[in-house]
Design a protein around this ligand. Structure first.
Ligand SMILES: [Cu+2]
Length: 274
């Protein structure tokens, strides 16, 4: 049955085709701003994408190589019968080959060691606390079922004081500046995920974890929870807005504060009929 090899070849060609198509499609797996889906907008994003492509190239080459061998073997050793219906060749087998097993253990092990060493610099830059930027924190982000509570320092520029601004699901920061947040959880495990900036960090109850990131393009992005944290997990979706300048960010915080003070005032005066 020689044509089985054709079916397997088509499956492999289809799989490679899907990858090639994906690269030219806006639904490409690495989310980027619409209209420019090949350019990550953050420094970490570019580094992570580079690692992603290296791994994709290695796994892609191995996939194509093994598929070629598979299809060739199916084609070359398909069963054949002569005109009397007798097999042309007898089935043959052997009990493994030590040399082959050594080869296909050493090569993947070597590749894994290479990736482990190669990614260390990027990992250190994104995750090591010693690499955290020496800047005042942008905000404290507390995950809870099912929202992100974000606390920005108020006019005194200090966190956890009475003049802080507390909002829900609304993360704002400034372009071209490392933003540092302190991530916490008040109930279960959540995961702070900024897909366009390639930032992902678990929020762990009892821990305060510094997370830092930047964006080199102003605009709207998204914040989602990437850890199944309960029935309303899907609702843990926040807005991210990157301002052009620090003044604009400051202005947004001031406006929000004024708005909240106004509503607090109406709340306290309303029962007395004004
Ligand atoms: Cu969550």
């Amino acid at each position: 049955m020689r044509h089985w090899s054709i079916l397997f070849a088509m499956a492999a060609v289809g799989a490679v085709g899907a990858f090639v198509y994906a690269y030219f499609s806006p639904d490409w797996w690495l989310p980027n701003p619409p209209g420019d889906f090949h350019h990550s907008v953050s420094r970490f994003g570019r580094e992570i994408d580079k690692l992603f492509f290296i791994i994709l190239a290695i796994t892609g080459a191995v996939f194509v190589g093994t598929q070629v061998v598979l299809v060739w073997a199916m084609h070359r050793f398909a069963d054949e019968t002569d005109s009397q219906g007798n097999p042309v060749r007898k089935a043959d087998y052997f009990h493994g080959s030590q040399r082959l097993e050594v080869i296909w253990t050493i090569i993947p092990a070597g590749i894994l060691v290479f990736i482990a060493l190669y990614q260390m610099g990027t990992w250190a830059e994104i995750k090591y606390r010693s690499a955290a930027p020496k800047v005042p924190p942008l905000a404290e982000v507390t995950a809870r079922q099912f929202q992100w509570v974000i606390r920005y320092p108020g006019p005194d520029a200090k966190l956890n004081t009475v003049d802080d601004l507390v909002v829900v699901d609304d993360l704002h920061f400034t372009r071209d500046r490392m933003a540092l947040i302190y991530l916490r959880s008040s109930d279960v495990l959540h995961s702070f995920f900024l897909p366009q900036l390639r930032v992902k960090q678990d929020a762990v109850p009892g821990l305060t974890i510094p997370v830092w990131f930047d964006a080199d393009r102003a605009g709207d992005y998204e914040l989602v929870c990437a850890e199944l944290c309960g029935w309303g997990h899907y609702k843990m979706r926040g807005k991210v807005y990157v301002h052009e300048t620090e003044e604009q960010l400051r202005q947004w915080i001031d406006e929000k504060l004024a708005e909240q003070n106004r509503s607090r005032l109406t709340m306290t005066t309303a029962p007395n009929g004004r």
